[in-house]
Design a protein around this ligand. Structure first.
Ligand SMILES: C[S@@+](CC[C@H](N)C(=O)[O-])C[C@H]1O[C@@H](n2cnc3c(N)ncnc32)[C@H](O)[C@@H]1O
Length: 299
């Protein structure tokens, strides 16, 4: 079929560039949520808890990091190793830009189906969950990121069991001693977690019944590498609902990698599937922006 042929072509193109096409996988949510938070030290930012990376770097080894990305990233002093580690261990600054924009523009999540694409710490998906989204799916290239960073963050931010009133009022991360997460609270039943390369994940989601289409796709700092534009574009086209919206946060240019917002905008224009509009630009430090993407024929 044309779909299979297109996927095969993408796989071959990636292989030619010596990129490993990481297979897609759905991660199950452990029954015992206390295990998810075991050995995790949390920090707080903008009222959200997240796993403290320096502790993960010291403690994440062996079984917890079967991909070996923590040691590879530390030993190569690099936040990006193409096809091996795609940056999800740390929180990139455009995530905060997009969180600000979602609040300023009062983007409505209630009862929406949302995908946090290239989620890393998953803060954008967590914002959607807190905004009463009906379903939130999280995707990262690396399975270690999903297991050691994304899932713990969702659990730490979205379960109320065991949190003292004091923790809640001050937005402190749930204190370790008091944290007890029993059973699977409602919020986790609204979440699914996936790892793998975009074209593979897109295939997995498209084949799942009912087929997943998203009202909102949130994606931050995912257009740094032009080699991935085709897979990213086709994934958005495959997974976005006919009248859905993508909110993409990015630096204007990624020095050293070559990607950037104008290059991706041009790529989209040439494909003639989506329309784009720049809804916010941020000029402090490196120039950054938020782009809204919708199907050309959408309302
Ligand atoms: C630089 S990180 C940004 C993480 C997070 N969105 C943030 O802003 O903090 C880029 C993310 O995009 C995802 N990504 C990049 N290239 C990918 C690819 N070819 N296939 C699947 N995921 C990819 C990785 O999962 C990675 O977490």
């Amino acid at each position: 079929s044309p779909k299979v042929a297109a996927a095969k072509h993408q796989d071959e193109a990636a292989l030619k560039k010596n990129l490993c096409v990481k297979a897609a996988k759905e991660h199950s949510i452990p029954q015992d949520l206390n295990k998810v938070l075991e050995n995790k030290v949390m920090e707080t930012v903008l009222g959200l808890s997240h796993v403290k990376l320096s502790v993960v770097e010291r403690t994440c080894s062996g079984d917890a990091d079967s991909e070996g990305i923590v040691s590879k990233s530390v030993s190569s002093h690099s936040d990006l190793i193409p096809g091996v580690y795609e940056g999800g261990l740390k929180i990139w600054e455009c995530t905060f830009d997009l969180m600000d924009y979602l609040a300023e523009a009062e983007i409505e999540f209630t009862n929406k189906t949302v995908l946090d694409l290239g989620c890393g710490a998953g803060l954008l998906g967590i914002v959607a969950l807190q905004g009463e989204a009906a379903r939130v799916h999280f995707q990262d290239y690396n399975s270690t990121v999903i297991d050691e960073i994304t899932l713990p963050n969702v659990v730490a931010n979205c379960i109320s069991e065991g949190r003292s009133g004091k923790d809640r009022k001050t937005s402190n991360p749930p204190s370790k001693r008091l944290r007890k997460a029993e059973g699977s609270p409602d919020v986790l039943s609204r979440c699914r977690f996936f790892s793998g390369e975009w074209s593979q994940v897109s295939q997995l989601l498209s084949n799942s019944k009912p087929c997943s289409k998203y009202d909102i796709i949130l994606t931050s700092e995912t257009i740094y590498n032009p080699d991935y534009y085709s897979a990213l574009h086709d994934t958005l086209a495959q997974l976005l609902d006919r009248n859905g919206r993508v909110y993409l946060a990015s630096k204007v240019h990624y020095f050293g990698v070559g990607g950037g917002v104008y290059l991706f905008e041009k790529f989209i224009e040439d494909k003639n599937v989506f329309r784009t509009s720049m809804v916010k630009t941020i000029d402090q430090g490196l120039q950054r922006c938020i782009m809204e993407i919708a199907f050309k024929n959408s309302c």
